[in-house]
Design a protein around this ligand. Structure first.
Ligand code: 5AD
Ligand code: SF4
Length: 441
């Protein structure tokens, strides 16, 4: 039995693809192993969203190739594979095959071709071919939490972003398939599902099948209500795109306890001028209308975001607008990135006016503002009781559990009872940087 080690970089979509790849390989008599030492085959699922993420691939291929042990077959999957195709064989030594995001369903057959002696093969084909991707049961990164893709690809073409090129056009999964998957997961003991996609709000299945009888201003809010009706204890979703984020989503959250109180709403910049250059299709005014709707909700909904600093031609004033916005929104957490030009995107043709030092300085300044807010928000949890899904148990220190609240805060807590996989009440005793600490009630 050939042993396969899988390594994943990047977003939840990549994690989800890796889970499906693992399932497919296991059902074809491959063994998935936890590290590369014993592996006959090493698969690297790559991310290309920023240059740094892409470089990780080159570093890792070098490490695997020069590790000194047996020389495994190396396969590159994911976004870098889709974008680079055969050029990867020139850019890095030792890669045996390249399998794009659109062809990942054919992982077993490409490995077989390499085992038969074919060299340097690349498959970037069409995702639907030969493969019923939607109905596959998948391996999971946790027995209690599952990612369920509902829409793949992106049609937005924000000027800085490579994703529409690496993941292709939007394709929504049929609602009845999503609902059936969630029901199956619930029956298997999964407590929390994440409905995932680059832009979940533009979910548009080809038929209404599965959504009949559910109200909603958009197919996505209908889907949220339909998934809530399965009775799965927790539903989270991301990523939301501001322009398509309909206020009805907040109503659906308020109506259904199992729709979790967390919205990830990337803003990218606080300056209308930069948002226009990014071709985001929203202004700060209409972004804030969404934020105000979220903040005025009956349930306290946590709000998180993504921000890019140092976009071409971002002036000190534009940056000051971003700082102002972050102060106003009081995000529960924010992923802040330095702009990284991606070859082939319109922004890469714009003059990158800032030096790396300037971008770093803005990054640090914004991080400091964010950290201050975040600490305030976390401190407000001290002495309160929150519901936590116990996702992992660690024995060092003993009786320690790790999980998330419904609003997606990380919690470490102590319990002498084994509560793994259960949603339990935890009294928060301390808040530190990104994590809450507590004791089971
Ligand atoms: N440079 C920096 N950050 C980027 N992102 C996407 N493309 C780039 C880029 N070229 C960030 C955005 C997006 C997140 C997933 O990655 O903030 O929301
Ligand atoms: Fe990229 Fe914009 Fe699509 Fe998000 S919405 S994946 S940032 S193009």
């Amino acid at each position: 039995m050939k042993k396969v080690y899988l390594e994943t970089f990047g977003c939840q979509m990549n994690v989800s693809d890796t889970e499906r790849v693992a399932t497919q390989l296991e059902s074809n008599n491959y063994e998935i192993v936890p590290n590369e030492e014993a592996a006959d085959i090493v698969l690297i699922n790559t991310c290309s969203v920023r240059e740094k993420a892409e470089h990780k691939l080159y570093t890792r291929v070098g490490q695997v190739r020069n590790s000194g042990g047996k020389k495994p077959i190396i396969g590159v999957l994911g976004c870098v594979a889709q974008l680079e195709g055969e050029t990867l064989f020139k850019k890095t030594q030792g890669v045996d095959f390249v399998l794009g995001t659109q062809a990942v369903g054919r992982v077993t057959s490409i490995i077989e071709r390499v085992l038969e002696g074919q060299k340097q093969i690349s498959d970037l084909g069409v995702r639907e071919e030969n493969y019923d991707w939607n109905t596959l049961e998948t391996q999971r990164h946790s027995p209690f939490v599952a990612f369920v893709p509902i829409i793949e690809g992106c049609n937005k073409f924000c000027t800085y972003c490579i994703v529409p090129f690496s993941r292709g056009r939007e394709k929504s999964l049929p609602a009845d398939v999503v609902i059936r998957q969630v029901k199956n997961l619930r029956n298997e003991g999964v407590q929390e599902v994440h409905l995932i996609g680059q832009n979940v709000n533009s979910y548009r299945p080809q038929t209404v099948s599965g959504l009949e009888g559910f109200t909603g201003a958009t197919p996505f809010s209908k889907l949220l209500r339909a998934v809530a009706a399965t009775g799965i204890p927790r539903i989270k979703f991301n990523t939301s795109f501001p322009r398509d984020f309909h206020p009805d989503i907040v109503d659906a959250i308020n109506e259904n306890e199992n729709l979790c109180n967390w919205v990830h709403l990337p803003v990218q910049s606080g300056s209308d001028r930069i948002l226009k250059a990014m071709r985001r299709g929203h202004t700060i005014e209409n972004y804030l209308q969404r934020v105000d709707k979220i903040k005025s909700s009956k349930r306290k909904i946590s709000l998180t975001t993504d921000i890019i600093v140092g976009f071409p031609d971002e002036t000190q004033e534009d940056f000051a607008d971003t700082v102002k916005l972050v102060e106003y929104c009081e995000y529960d957490s924010a992923y802040i990135f330095k702009y990284s030009p991606r070859f082939g995107t319109p922004a890469a043709e714009m003059q990158d006016t800032l030096t790396d030092v300037e971008k770093t300085n803005r990054f640090i300044a914004l991080e400091n503002v964010q950290k201050r807010n975040q600490t305030k928000s976390l401190k407000s949890f001290e002495n309160s009781t929150v519901k936590v899904l116990a996702e992992r148990k660690s024995n060092k220190p003993a009786d320690n559990f790790f999980g998330h609240t419904t609003c997606h805060k990380i919690v470490n807590f102590v319990s002498s009872k084994d509560v793994l996989g259960k949603i339990v009440d935890v009294k928060i005793t301390e808040a530190k940087s990104n994590t809450l600490f507590g004791i089971i009630c």
